[in-house]
Design a protein around this ligand. Sequence first.
Ligand SMILES: CC(C)(COP(=O)(O)OP(=O)(O)OC[C@H]1O[C@@H](n2cnc3c(N)ncnc32)[C@H](O)[C@@H]1OP(=O)(O)O)[C@@H](O)C(=O)NCCC(=O)NCCS
Length: 215
Amino acid sequence: MVTANVNPASPELHLGDYNIRRMTPADLPAVTALDQQVFKEPWPESAYSQEIYYNSHARYFVLEFNPPSALTRRRKSRSARTICGFMGVRVKRGRGHISTLAVHPEWQGQGWGEILLIVALEQAVLLKANEVRLEVRGSNEAARRLYAKYGFTLLRKLRRYYRDGEDALLLELKSLDADYQRVLSENFRRLRAQVTHPHGIAERSNILRKEKTWS
Ligand SMILES: CC(C)(COP(=O)(O)OP(=O)(O)OC[C@H]1O[C@@H](n2cnc3c(N)ncnc32)[C@H](O)[C@@H]1OP(=O)(O)O)[C@@H](O)C(=O)NCCC(=O)NCCS
């Protein structure tokens, strides 16, 4: 397991004031609101319902912020629990597909996207994927850099894949072997220390300089 101490049957990761856990029907209004905020072509709530209720090959997770009660009182605009990210991965016949990955704009740039990607890749390993694919907009520099950092390379361009006419880049990760999983574990350990440490975010750039990457 990449993210130690997680029960594969009911995975829940505790990272300081944050949890990463399976998406439930109760999360769907918050997930679709965030989806609409960050994606040009958001999914309807029914698409998420379909995935979490009926797709046995899929695993969807949310990143949830559970602030201590004093903080909740100060931040009156936020409810006690806030969904600040999510991701989904499907695996069929040894091939994984990351169907979605998003972090709320207020939480971007702190390592959460990378953590969610590591958890998605871990799920792909658990579901016996030998390779993983995903689509990304050519213009999505942040996501492209994130995926490149984790070894995804261009398989082919999908012409006019999106409704607005933009091409998608179909990326693939060819191996999730033991060496790759080891590096995922190391990166996860450092990122966990960063996001749970009070000054961790300020220290992020130093940590990342030491991280192993595939780019
Ligand atoms: C893509 C996304 C998930 C990244 O999440 P994040 O939490 O901001 O990313 P992180 O802080 O974990 O950064 C991890 C890596 O992503 C890349 N990255 C993140 N933000 C970036 C930016 N603004 N510019 C360039 N690269 C960026 C970098 O490679 C970074 O590693 P580095 O700091 O060592 O350079 C987030 O920007 C997002 O939700 N975007 C909207 C939804 C989306 O486009 N999803 C992807 C669909 S394919």
